[in-house]
Ligand binder design. Structure first.
Ligand code: SF4
Ligand SMILES: [Zn+2]
Length: 328
């Protein structure tokens, strides 16, 4: 017997999202699917959220029930934007049966739909069919492919994350998406395993500059230690420290384009953090900045007085790959 629980998405919530110069009401949904076909990234626990292996029809049935729950429990007319995540890639046919893509597109027709996917599943025909159903002429770019590029550095993506695709795969996917009429959102991961704070900051600076040539929107995720991941094992052994919030601020301050950032777990040991005393205001400020794009706010936060700022500067300049992390 299927319990009520499995008929709901893994999570869904309402929020605000900056789009151009507007603030839109956004419905975010995480559908439970067959799970990520790659399933190897060192920091990812989402891949653990998956249905047992089953037939395509049975899987489609469960997904349709989740969508029905969304339609019943939200007034969709309130949301001009919908963000869709799965336990992997929305456009992976092994994870999400193609007829479910049609149902989602029909349910969210007339909205801006942002769907997360790995680059190998960005195919022109699939995307065009999806866009045709979503697009009612209300928006110039009705669909965005959100791709977890993480970094533009292939060596770091391979060795530190085990992501299994290259920067050129991302560029190809971005080009296909644009040709099909979709936009591209790139997620970057700030401070994966095995990088010093300084190396991680340098990697993000380059990645933001390079990825913004191919992506319309950039979102930076400061790394958080999720449960049941390889990253968690290193963190428990004191071999990993999530990034400083000072580093996050400095990256947002210097970025040549607007970079959205929601520091999940901000101020906690598992998330990006400073000393504990200055964290709350900075996390709140970064969240506000993501909505208002006010650089003056970032400048002001960077001027916050706290003793841990010197510690951060020391770590940034002196931490070595063979003796890290210097702090917890
Ligand atoms: S980060 Fe994305 S691609 Fe990597 S294992 Fe998780 S869901 Fe799969
Ligand atoms: Zn502090």
């Amino acid at each position: 017997m299927i319990s009520d629980d499995v008929l709901k998405p893994l999570a869904s919530w309402r929020g605000k999202e900056r789009y151009g110069n507007e603030l839109l009401d956004c419905l975010t949904i995480i559908f439970k699917t067959a799970g990520c076909s790659w399933s190897r990234c060192r920091m990812c626990s989402y891949r653990n959220e998956r249905y047992e292996k089953q037939s395509t029809d049975a899987l489609a049935h469960l997904l349709h029930r989740q969508l029905a729950w969304i339609v019943q429990n939200y007034t969709l007319a309130e949301f001009p934007m919908v963000k869709i995540f799965t336990s992997g890639s929305f456009f992976d046919p092994a994870e999400v049966p193609p007829d479910f893509l049609d149902a989602v597109a029909t349910a969210f027709r007339g909205k801006i739909v942002i769907a997360e996917t790995r680059p190998e599943y960005v195919l022109e025909d699939t995307l065009k069919q999806f866009i045709d159903r979503v697009d009612d002429g209300s928006h110039k770019t009705p669909v965005y492919c959100a791709i977890g590029l993480e970094t533009t550095n292939d060596l770091i993506r391979e060795k530190c994350i085990d992501k299994g695709f290259t920067y050129s795969d991302f560029i190809r996917a971005a080009s296909v998406a644009h040709t099909a009429g979709a936009g591209v959102k790139a997620y970057l991961l700030f401070k994966p395993l095995f990088l010093t704070e300084g190396e991680a900051v340098a990697d993000m600076k380059t990645s933001i500059a390079e990825a913004s040539r191919h992506a319309d929107v950039i979102s930076m995720n400061p790394c958080t230690v999720q449960r049941r991941t390889e990253l968690e094992r290193y963190w428990r052994e004191h071999a990993y420290r999530p990034p400083y919030l000072w580093s996050v601020l400095s990256l947002l301050q210097d970025a040549p384009v607007f970079v959205a950032c929601d520091p999940l777990g901000g101020g906690q040991q598992r998330g990006p953090h400073n000393c504990g005393k200055c964290d709350y205001e900075i996390v709140k400020g970064i969240r506000d900045y993501t909505l208002n794009a006010d650089r003056d706010l970032i400048d002001a936060l960077m001027e916050t007085e706290c003793a841990c700022k010197q510690e951060w500067e020391y770590v940034l300049n002196n931490e070595k790959p063979y003796a890290m992390p210097l702090t917890r």
